[in-house]
Design a protein. Structure first.
Length: 141
């Protein structure tokens, strides 16, 4: 894996149903009767992941990919990886307004808070700033 990192990597994001093998290759036993090392890939039952069932249970499923950054490590955030976060983590993320214009608001799906974030912390009208972790909050309808 180390050599692969030196050659560069590609981030791939997807959202789909697997009609061929019900996503078992990702988080279950695959092949389902396999006993070789690597066949057990997760704790999901081999009967799980059937697209018809998944779609019936979550007919309005959606995904939003946002705030994705590209560049050498540390070049998109102003800090290098591997450090220890400063401050004491809390259950509720907080943002700061340093660096953003007074009265500035964030648009839909934009970042509005989190440890180390310095942009607008207020959302545009009709949006709510929702925390997904101590490091990231996002304006949602």
């Amino acid at each position: 894996m180390g050599n692969a990192f030196a050659d560069g990597m590609v981030l791939v994001l997807s959202f789909w149903d697997d009609y061929a093998v019900n996503m078992l290759w990702l988080d279950s036993d695959y092949p389902t009767t396999g006993t070789a090392p690597g066949d057990k890939r997760g704790t999901c039952a081999t009967s799980s992941g059937v697209p018809k069932t998944v779609e019936a249970q979550s007919p309005n499923a959606q995904v939003i990919y946002s705030n994705i950054r590209v560049g050498p490590l540390g070049s998109t955030t102003g800090s290098q990886p591997g450090g220890t976060p400063s401050g004491t983590p809390s259950g509720t993320p907080t943002g700061t307004t340093t660096g953003s214009a007074p009265g500035a608001t964030q648009s839909v799906y934009g970042q509005c808070g989190g440890i180390g974030y310095s942009g607008p912390t207020a959302c545009a009208s009709g949006l709510t700033c929702e925390a997904s972790s101590q490091y990231y909050s996002q304006c949602l309808p």
